[in-house]
Write a protein that binds this ligand. Structure first.
Ligand SMILES: Cc1ncc(COP(=O)(O)O)c(C=O)c1O
Length: 371
């Protein structure tokens, strides 16, 4: 075994050191100007972000959860409406649907991508369905062509949850540019993360852009003039400054993540586990590197804990089976592909600067645990 002992799941310190001096200069400039909220860095970042994603508008908000809630609100979703989404995602994806008063309807996922299965989505459309909320989980782009076709057929809105997938693409389209809106999170662990909370909404629709800008700032059309009930969901200048610096080096970061993924895939090829598949006509952003271990997942988890290998179990329970959704009436076994994913998956350490020696050590512990 290699010399390396503990392998953290995530280490953001290398990138912090790299950006520290320039970021602190930007914070000083912000302090000197006294423009802390929705200032010049936010405006510039919104434009740079929209350019990257290839959309007309990007609206910065306080976090990824708000980016979903405000998108759903701007689309007019509320009580009596159903929104079809994935059960294999972070809770915020469905929580946002509840927050606006609509009802989440869970469809099963595909076994390879872990994203919504369009065939199952189709069977869940009812006269009350108003939107589909696909999640590009772990950085894998969901089957957007098929999902958009269902949406067109049934006149449904599409809210892309891109929180884990900044930079993933299908053909020449980046995630966040295909639905009515795209929602992003800048939580520190994300592909494009800040050092606090932050989020972004992308859209090509002028009406949604205007509405979301109003909603994020107390429903105001100009200072102290309010035309509807909104909220306070704004990105601050300090985070926007950092995100501008990180966006400049995002291609290198994405390449770094993809390099780590390729190394794992190669080293783990002969083991009884499945490494993430790559999209046939697109790119994976590898926010997480999630393997499927059909027989010995829990033994591997124990070995990782004993050997100080960081890991995450995303996700231990399908959302449809969570206590909070008991009222929706899903029984165990109702979404079998999701449920097998919850018992078989484990996410390995991945970040752009993960040292090769750490990859070797993770693979060595896996090899030993599965021998
Ligand atoms: C798939 C998904 N959706 C939404 C969110 C919510 O983002 P935030 O934590 O910025 O509110 C997250 C973040 O963890 C996520 O992973």
């Amino acid at each position: 075994m290699s010399e390396v002992k503990a392998v953290p799941f995530l280490d953001l310190s290398t990138q912090f050191r790299e950006l520290e001096a320039e970021w602190l200069d930007m914070i000083r400039a912000t302090g000197a100007k006294g423009s802390f909220i929705l200032g010049p860095n936010v405006t510039a970042f919104e434009q740079e972000f929209a350019h990257y994603v290839g959309v007309k508008h990007a609206i910065a908000v306080a976090n990824g959860t708000d980016s979903l809630i405000l998108s759903l609100r701007a689309l007019g979703l509320g009580p009596g409406d159903e929104v079809i989404t994935s059960p294999f995602t972070f809770f915020a994806s469905s929580e946002a649907i509840d927050v606006v008063g609509a009802k989440p309807v869970f469809a099963d996922i595909e076994p390879d991508s872990f994203c919504l299965d369009p065939k199952d989505v189709r069977t869940r459309v009812t006269p009350k369905t108003r939107a589909i909320l696909p999640v590009h989980i772990f950085g894998y782009p969901a089957a957007m062509d098929e999902i958009m076709a269902i949406a067109r057929e049934h006149k449904l809105a599409v809210v892309e949850d891109c929180a884990q997938a900044f930079g993933a693409s299908i053909g020449d389209r980046v995630v966040g540019s295909m639905g009515d809106t795209g929602s992003f999170s800048f939580y520190p662990t994300k592909v494009l993360g800040c050092y606090g909370d932050g989020g972004m909404i992308t859209t090509n629709r002028d009406d949604l852009n205007d509405h979301i800008r109003r909603l994020r700032n107390h429903g105001a059309v100009r200072p102290f003039i309010h035309v509807e009930i909104g909220c306070n969901s704004r990105l601050d200048e300090v985070q926007a400054a950092l995100l501008r610096l990180k966006l400049r080096v995002i291609q290198r970061d994405l390449d770094g993540r993809r390099g780590v993924a390729a190394a794992y895939t190669q080293q783990l090829a002969s083991l009884p586990l499945t490494t993430p598949s790559l999209p046939a006509n697109g790119t994976h952003a590898f926010n997480l590197f999630t393997v499927r271990i059909p027989d010995r997942r829990d033994a591997v988890r124990e070995a990782f804990a004993a050997q100080q290998i960081g890991f995450s179990q995303c996700y231990p329970q399908g959302l449809h089976l969570q206590d909070v959704y008991r009222r929706l009436g899903y029984a165990p076994g109702s979404l079998p592909v999701c449920e097998s994913a919850t018992t078989e998956t484990l996410s390995l350490p991945i970040y752009p600067t993960l040292p090769p020696a750490h990859i070797d050590r993770v693979c060595a512990v896996l090899r030993h645990a599965l021998a």
